[in-house]
Ligand binder design. Structure first.
Ligand code: HEM
Length: 413
């Protein structure tokens, strides 16, 4: 398999790799597990043990926005809107190292609790059913499971958790698309920073108003919980509440949308596994973990070297960028038997789809809940569901794995 792949030119953004990155990742894992890409001026680390160790190693720093801001955005020629947008990203805990990360994570954990997640369970089921009712009522026997199902479902749930009024939900789609360009961007697209900055400016202005409303009139929602979260005398500043709100809105649905989409596709392509889940709904927890392993949204997780590190005979130098690849680690045959096979009954426990270590995904319980509802619900309710294989489109980005378009066909009722 790997013989036909030219590793010197390995490119995760090549057309074939965007559609299916796994053959290229397998070749890298086997022949060049710590790979230097000239095109991206970055390292790519693909073996399970290396990815897992690096995610726990402080020399692989998460503080990767402020060096960029200092290098590129502090000069007089920089666009002030882009600088402001990166200022919001800089406050995200996912881009920070201790002690700043420790402080923010503690405060956010006080607000984003398992109880807060549990409270939205019934709402997840209702929104999923409303969206499926609409797909069935349209009477065309076609829908797009990203645009018309996974995306509006996850966006509505996190927006409602935060306390964004329902009438404002439609505005989030554009903002979120623009911010996606800023965070995940196809590398080299010159317009993504300007578009992302506009989206960020509008969203932060909107959230500033919402935070003021919540300060005056607290509610039983996540934004009020963020405003009042305390760790001894410490609390989030107003700017931190706003940037954390943006982080949750963003992190809260882009990735989960991708998991629901790719998870549904994997089951639709594997009738045996689909039948297994239909016959025993109690398998859903293990199925979600397996779908995260098999084709999860975290294609890569970026780090910046804070020190020189020797890894498998290569020297990763201070200041260099590294892409750690959970999507490759999760297919490593050294850890997972027959890793390219979907097996929802597989013994679970080690996949890296939510990361590992101090930055382990804070939203994992919400993502698991949404996927565990949304995936079986669509399979149950849309009769004869099948993907329109030729029309699938995947995000051409390094960091995340998911579909832009997921058209499907089903039998008209
Ligand atoms: C962190 C994946 C859903 C909030 C992370 C990380 C990964 C990840 C890999 C670690 C990043 C790193 O080490 O740099 C995913 C996947 C999801 C998902 C695959 C869906 C299937 C969510 C949801 C939320 C969320 C629903 C919130 C509502 C966060 C936050 C962090 C994070 C706040 C930062 C944690 C920290 O820095 O300590 N996620 N995530 N995620 N995720 Fe998620």
């Amino acid at each position: 398999m790997s013989a036909s792949i030219d590793l010197a030119r390995a490119d995760l953004l090549g057309d074939d790799a965007v559609r299916d990155p796994y053959p290229l990742l397998a070749a890298l894992r086997e022949h060049d597990p710590v790979h230097w890409s000239e095109k991206y001026r970055s390292w790519f680390v693909t073996r399970f043990d290396d990815v897992s160790d690096a995610l726990r190693d402080p020399r692989f720093s998460s503080d990767r926005i402020s060096p960029y801001r200092r290098a590129k955005l502090d000069g007089p020629d920089a666009d002030p809107a882009v600088r402001a947008a990166f200022g919001v990203l800089e406050d995200w805990m996912v881009f920070q190292d201790p002690p700043d990360h420790t402080r923010l994570r503690k405060l956010l954990s006080r607000a984003f609790t398992p109880r807060a997640v549990d409270r939205v369970r019934a709402r997840v089921v209702d929104v999923a059913d409303e969206l499926l009712d609409a797909a069935l009522a349209a009477g065309t026997g076609t829908t797009d499971l990203i645009a018309d199902y996974a995306y509006p479902l996850t966006a509505a749930v996190i927006a409602e958790m935060l306390g964004v009024p329902r009438r404002d939900h439609p505005r989030f789609k554009d903002w979120s698309d623009q911010i996606t360009g800023l965070v995940f961007g196809g590398m080299g697209d010159p317009n993504r920073h300007t578009a992302g900055a506009n989206g960020m400016a509008e969203l932060t202005e909107y959230l500033t108003g919402l935070v003021r409303d919540h300060e005056r009139d607290p509610a039983d929602d996540l934004l009020s919980a963020l405003i009042s979260a305390r760790d001894d005398d410490d609390a989030l500043s107003q700017d931190e509440v706003i940037s954390t709100g943006v982080l949750l809105l963003f992190a809260g649905h882009e990735t989960t949308t991708n998991l629901i989409g790719s998870g549904l596709l994997a089951l639709l392509r594997d009738p045996g596994q689909r039948a297994l889940l239909a016959a025993d709904p109690a398998l859903v927890g293990g199925a979600v973990e397996e779908l995260l392993r098999f084709d999860g949204p975290a294609k890569t997780v970026a780090r910046l070297m804070a020190d020189d590190v020797e890894l498998r005979g290569r020297t990763l130098r201070r200041g260099e960028r590294v892409f750690l690849c959970p999507s490759s680690a999760n297919r490593d045959p050294a850890v997972f038997e027959d890793p390219d096979r979907l097996d929802i009954t597989r013994r679970q426990g080690r996949q890296l789809g939510f990361g590992v270590g101090m930055h382990y995904c804070l939203g994992a319980p919400l993502a698991r809940l949404e996927a565990a509802v949304a995936i079986p619900r669509a399979l149950e309710r849309l009769p004869g569901l099948r993907p329109a294989e030729d029309e699938l489109r995947w995000h051409p980005v390094l960091l995340s794995r998911g579909m832009l378009r997921f058209p499907v066909v089903f039998d008209r009722p």
